[in-house]
Design a protein around this ligand. Sequence first.
Ligand SMILES: [Zn+2]
Ligand SMILES: [Zn+2]
Length: 263
Amino acid sequence: MKFTVLGKSPAWQDAGGACSGYLVTEDATAILLDCGNGVFGKLRQFHDYVDVGAVFISHLHADHYLDLFPFAFALLLAPRQQPVPVDRWPGTDSPARPLLYLPPGGYDLLRQAAGIIGLPSLIEDAFEVREYDPESRIEHGSLAATFRQVPHYTETWAIDVTDPAGSRVTYGSDCRPNRELVDFARGTDLLVAEATLPRPERSGERGHMTPAEAGEHAAASSAGRLVLTHISDELDPEWAVAEARGHYGGSVEVAREGMEIDL
Ligand SMILES: [Zn+2]
Ligand SMILES: [Zn+2]
């Protein structure tokens, strides 16, 4: 399978960047992990959006789901999705309608969010919406996804994707340091771990990790390689890699939009 970074910014975008979004493809199967602000335009740079069969959302923070809105408008309004010929598009009786797997409770929250713009059914009109059972294993095409709750400011699930050859990518979503992600990612080929913070939070509940802590998680889970993500372009990537390497001896890179990793 191929893992492509579409967006890697934290809650505020890099210059010209996008928030969380990762494409996983294997043969004809394409799934999207998170769809934060800016991700839909990046998806269009790298893959045809009508060929994305399923979208999985790790948690309902805006930087992980906001571009479901433009994605939905495309699915409903794009000329190629219409039943009659429009411009160069011949018309279709079977417009794309990807599956959208939301965390438990996500259906109601997205209805509320879409209601603010007067279109409460926007998301369910465009996608086939389901809430995933975090205990389940969801097979889509040739890929399979499983979930593990990780501690963050809201209910959040790490997502592991496996291909038929057994290759794995484990996306940790947003989380403070924790054992759950270490156990979930144990033996994974690629750990995609957030490295938001230049140093741990100075007060209050923790919700994110530093690059050094991401390195600790990669080492503890014996991950094959580590990609640091959810990290601002206002932090030095070489510093971040060095911090992670202080704890982990494997390959470490900072995510870049367009970065492709074959597993
Ligand atoms: Zn978050
Ligand atoms: Zn986030």
